[in-house]
Design a protein around this ligand. Structure first.
Ligand code: AMP
Length: 281
């Protein structure tokens, strides 16, 4: 496995792979790897000759009061896990490499970034869309792999690739969960023991919503109320949002027809967790 810290280094490597006609898969991450990231790597391994993982805690997608400074980082541990899972190249640039002095361009995907995490975290998706566009230009992958854990992010990236004619196939991969249902996240390490226990309410509430749908409930507000009351029954949970929206446009819905995205963000102490489920009739 190769570790590249600079754009020049990875650029040269990619150029030589292109000459050999190798297909390249990119797995963008912020590191502190867990099984969720590794499922993306395994998917990429199946589809591409060469797997590149980027590890970059991207400052532009964090708000001023968010956890950019304290976000967990451990490149040594990440390198070992990545190599074991089949990554060929890690691209782990410093902030100054990605955002040198004078940087002043950004990518804005409109409308679908006004809701859910876009409303709760202003500027977040501009940061995501900008860094992902840069990574696509730097690595020039044939395919890129993203987790459904960040469902809105997948929609934003599919939108930007389509709108800007970027020649990369976006593959989305199902959410990897702990045995008790909690979606894996680098931020789970922040949870105290009692918060970790309380956080099980998220996947439980999503499952209950799908149960309601299976029982014939189609009224969106009714399903949403059920999820809210389930989460509110957990004293350590503070709801940021619980919403049910159309796929792929993330519009308001009154009645569930075929499928819809149930997405939520909930804080436990200072830790904000997200989860979602595609409700299907
Ligand atoms: P992050 O390092 O949190 O920015 O995540 C990097 C990529 O891994 C994103 O595409 C995430 O959606 C994906 N990811 C994170 N957690 C999970 C999970 N539990 N299951 C599947 N994919 C995940």
């Amino acid at each position: 496995m190769r570790l590249c810290k600079t754009i020049n280094e990875i650029g040269a490597l990619i150029k030589s792979l292109r000459i050999e006609n190798k297909t390249v898969g990119l797995v963008p991450t912020m590191g502190y790897l867990h099984e969720g990231h590794l499922t993306l790597v395994r998917e990429a391994r199946q589809c591409c000759d060469v797997v590149v993982m980027s590890i970059f805690v991207n400052p532009t997608q964090f708000g001023p009061k968010e956890d950019f400074g304290s976000y967990p980082r451990d490149l040594q541990r990440d390198s070992e896990l990545a190599e074991e899972a089949g990554v060929d190249i890690i691209f782990a640039p410093e902030v100054e490499e990605m955002y040198p002095r004078g940087f002043r361009t950004s990518v804005d995907v409109e409308e679908i970034t006004d809701v859910l995490c876009g409303a709760a975290r202003p500027g977040h998706f501009r940061g995501v869309a900008t860094v992902v566009t840069k990574l696509f230009n730097i690595v020039q992958p044939d395919m890129a792999f993203f987790g459904q854990k960040d469902y809105q992010q997948v929609l934003v990236i599919k939108g930007l690739v389509r709108d800007l004619n970027i020649n990369v196939k976006i593959i989305d991969v199902p959410i990897a969960r702990e045995l008790d249902g909690l979606a894996l996240s680098s931020r789970n390490v922040y949870l105290s023991k009692s918060e970790r226990e309380a956080a099980k309410v998220l996947s439980r509430s999503l499952a209950k919503a799908q149960e309601q749908v299976a029982n014939g409930v189609r009224d969106i507000e009714k399903i949403r109320e059920l999820v809210l009351s389930e989460i509110e029954s957990e004293p350590l949970a503070r709801i940021d949002y619980v919403e049910i929206r159309s796929i792929p446009d993330l519009k308001d819905l009154k009645v569930l027809e075929d499928r819809a995205l149930l997405a939520l963000a909930v804080k436990f102490g200072n830790t904000r967790l997200i989860d979602n489920k595609v409700l299907e009739v």
